[in-house]
Design a binder for this molecule. Structure first.
Ligand SMILES: Nc1ncnc2c1ncn2[C@@H]1O[C@H](COP(=O)(O)OP(=O)(O)OP(=O)(O)O)[C@@H](O)[C@H]1O
Ligand SMILES: [Mg+2]
Length: 479
């Protein structure tokens, strides 16, 4: 069993009180008893709907090596036989351990924020850096007030590269997280209307994203989307935060990491880019202009942390979009294969436009149609109706053949599209599903996208069940 922490180091970092006979080491850290592995430390975090202390018994049953619990909850837990570290506040203790992890680490650290593409960029970095050393990154999004400290506390001591996704819904959320992470390179992928409900304008969103520069290590690098309309705001914020090294990535002539040429194919892209003074030619295994932009950020970051750029460029050829974030399936159909693009994990105006463009560039079979299946974009506040209706323009520009819509907010798009393209609207995903299953045909290219809560992953599952996939090309294939 590999050791992550000694109990002694944990007690010291968290200023905790040992209770019972602590083991010498723990093999990992868990906050969820359903995924806890034997030998791990269980942190009883209090979330929005659950309190980890209520699962202490389950953690012991699952083989937790020790529990980290709050002083105030100890009376109710005293009869458990498992050793514990008692602290004032469990989340604060996790943050202290995260700080200790950062202190002991010699890894080069990269942090990623932005309105879209954080997880995709993080995964592409994992891929690209793995030829240069050991990489630590969260398995999932894990970008919030518990996800970031958890990911940091889980970083093995001998990690060469750490990649951290940092997200936000409100101003002020990124600052404390990036101060834990202390990156050498901070990436802003794109600024767009996501969680706009809590902001007045995109400028305000940009300023909130720019908090990521406040946690950079001295001499650290800001790596900003040079093609983003808010580049100036971001650059100024980086300067104000005292950042000395500010770089842009994109096709802009002044970008440090500059796209020279891109050839977008239905299933991949080929790019030429200037990275650190040399021209790099790379194939990117996941299609779409947005992936090209993510790849430029990746190559820039790889260069800035001193890893092997050539190896990274090669690795990007095998990169595939993940489940819910652009993963593709080819479904068997007697009249010709159906291409299914799974974008069911999330949606905001920026990523919707990206995905619509992606569909427009996707090949269909003979007589096949390009079909968008779209659900509500949530958390857009008072701007919601306008932003939903605003998707009409990219849809018409893309020349899609059919549009299926579901969700309350999508009614605005239905009205905007009504006279211009074949639209079928249903109030819910459940109501849409049978219609979709009946109408999709051989040769079609189908892109399914929505905010997670609409349950559009269910549509993907239903299609996969009805038409067995010939080849699923997801990140999982690459192992
Ligand atoms: N650079 C980009 N620009 C615009 N859209 C993008 C970009 N990269 C990815 N996307 C789109 O955004 C979707 C979500 O990608 P991803 O999960 O990587 O974003 P995220 O920022 O991690 O989201 P979350 O805030 O939910 O964690 C993708 O499926 C794709 O449609
Ligand atoms: Mg994410």
């Amino acid at each position: 069993m590999s050791e992550l922490w000694t109990a002694e180091a944990m007690v010291a970092a968290m200023e905790g009180r040992p209770f019972g006979q602590l083991p010498k080491t723990v093999s990992g850290i868990s906050i969820d008893t359903r995924t806890l592995n034997r030998g791990e430390a269980f942190f009883a975090i209090k979330g929005e709907s659950f309190d980890g202390h209520d699962f202490a018994t389950a953690a012991v049953a699952a083989g937790a090596a020790l529990l980290v619990v709050a002083e105030g909850r100890l009376p109710g837990l005293g009869r458990l036989t498992c050793p514990m570290i008692v602290v004032k506040d469990v989340l604060v203790a996790l943050e202290r351990l995260a700080e200790a992890s950062r202190r002991r680490s010699k890894a080069k650290i990269i942090a990623v924020t932005g309105s879209a593409g954080k997880t995709t960029t993080k995964e592409a970095l994992r891929h690209a850096l793995s030829g240069s050393g050991t990489v630590h990154a969260a398995e999932r999004s894990f970008n919030n007030h518990w996800g970031v400290p958890l990911t940091l506390a889980r970083m093995p001591e001998d990690t060469d590269f750490g990649v951290f996704e940092i997200g936000m819904n409100h101003a002020g959320e990124i600052r404390p997280l990036v101060k834990l992470v202390r990156p050498h390179v901070a990436i802003v992928t794109i600024v767009a209307a996501a969680h706009l409900g809590h902001f007045h304008s995109l400028d305000d969103i940009a300023r909130a994203k720019a908090e990521i520069f406040e946690g950079l290590e001295p001499d650290g690098h800001a790596l900003i989307n040079r093609d983003d309309a808010r580049w100036r705001i971001l650059r100024k914020a980086a300067k104000d935060a005292g950042v000395k090294h500010i770089h842009g990535f994109g096709e802009h002539a002044r970008a440090t990491y500059r796209l020279v040429q891109a050839v977008l194919k239905p299933d991949h892209s080929s790019i030429t880019a200037r990275i650190g003074g040399t021209e790099i030619v790379a194939r990117i295994g996941a299609p779409g202009r947005h992936m090209v932009q993510n790849a430029l950020a990746v190559l820039g970051a790889v260069h800035l942390v001193g890893a092997d750029v050539a190896k990274a460029a090669t690795a990007l050829g095998a990169f595939r979009a993940e489940k819910g974030r652009g993963a593709r399936h080819v479904l068997a159909h007697p009249d010709g294969a159906i291409t299914l693009i799974d974008e069911s994990y999330n949606a905001n105006p920026a990523s919707m436009k990206t995905a619509i463009a992606l569909l427009a560039g996707t090949q269909t079979g003979q007589d096949g149609r390009r079909i968008a299946v779209l659900g509500d974009m949530l958390e857009l506040g008072v701007h919601s109706a306008k932003l939903h209706a605003g998707l009409a323009e990219p849809i018409l520009e893309a020349g899609l053949d059919r549009v299926y819509l579901a969700g309350e907010a999508m009614a605005a798009l239905r009205d905007a599209l009504a006279q211009h393209v074949a639209v079928d609207y249903r109030p819910t995903r459940e109501a849409l599903q049978p219609v979709l299953l009946a109408e999709i045909g051989g040769g079609d290219a189908v892109m399914v996208k929505s905010s997670l809560r609409l349950g559009f992953a269910g549509l993907i599952d239903a299609l996969l069940e009805k038409y067995p996939p010939q080849q699923a090309s997801t990140a999982a294939d690459e192992g």
